[in-house]
Design a binder for this molecule. Structure first.
Ligand code: URA
Length: 209
């Protein structure tokens, strides 16, 4: 079963409070999401493999650690996932960025894929699929289906706020995909919004309505 990690670092929790606050405007919201994405990237990369190298410091020769060069990919789910990409790239600048776009079929309410563009070497990369909100879990499950269908194997899912319903759906559909969140909220309301949540993440990021 997939593990769920809640990042309760004080800086993440502090910034998340302002992200949630409806008085926070678009510019600040965007900056805060970017900052939290960087902080979450710091935590999510804890298990990156290291290897030993030898260097000369000004004082002596020494063995020291560097990243083993594992190739990474970041996949934002369009459109709100885009708001987290730059923040992650600050820490893993060599990562490739793919995109997965989904819309909800008005009749079946199921997410339908309308855009997929992934790095060509999908099978060699470790992926972080990102979306600020994990609500019903429908989009996350479908985006990861898309990625797996094209060869993606090592996948993590990262979001700011999750509902218990979304966590359960994602765990059931993808027991191999660990979930990294900044907060686990109470529930979904009748309109599919997370409560207390932060509203519509895409609209708040891009200033639309
Ligand atoms: N998507 C959002 O942007 N907000 C929610 O609360 C749920 C889904």
């Amino acid at each position: 079963m997939a593990k769920v990690y809640v990042f309760d670092h004080p800086l993440i929790q502090h910034k998340l409070t302002y992200i949630r606050d409806k008085a926070t405007g678009t510019k600040e919201f965007r900056e805060l999401v970017d900052e939290v994405a960087t902080l979450m990237a710091f935590e999510i990369t804890r298990d990156m493999p290291l290897e030993e190298t030898e260097i000369d410091t000004p004082v002596s020769r020494t063995k020291s650690k560097i990243l083993a060069g594992k190739k990474m990919g970041i996949i934002p789910i369009l459109r709100a996932g885009i708001g987290m990409v730059d923040g992650i790239l600050k820490l893993i600048p060599a990562a490739k960025v793919g995109h997965i776009g989904l819309y909800r079929d008005p009749e079946t309410l199921k997410p339908i894929e309308y855009y997929v563009k992934l790095p060509s070497d999908v099978e060699e990369r470790d992926f972080i699929v990102v979306d600020p909100m994990l609500a019903t879990g429908g989009s996350a499950v479908e985006a990861i289906n898309s990625l797996k269908k094209r060869g993606g194997k090592h996948i993590k899912f990262m979001c700011l706020v999750a509902a218990p319903e979304g966590v359960k759906a994602l765990q059931e559909a993808h027991p191999d995909v660990d979930i990294y969140i900044a907060a686990l909220d109470e529930k979904l309301n009748d309109h599919g919004y997370i409560v207390p949540g932060l509203g519509d993440a895409g609209d708040r990021l891009f200033g639309t309505k």
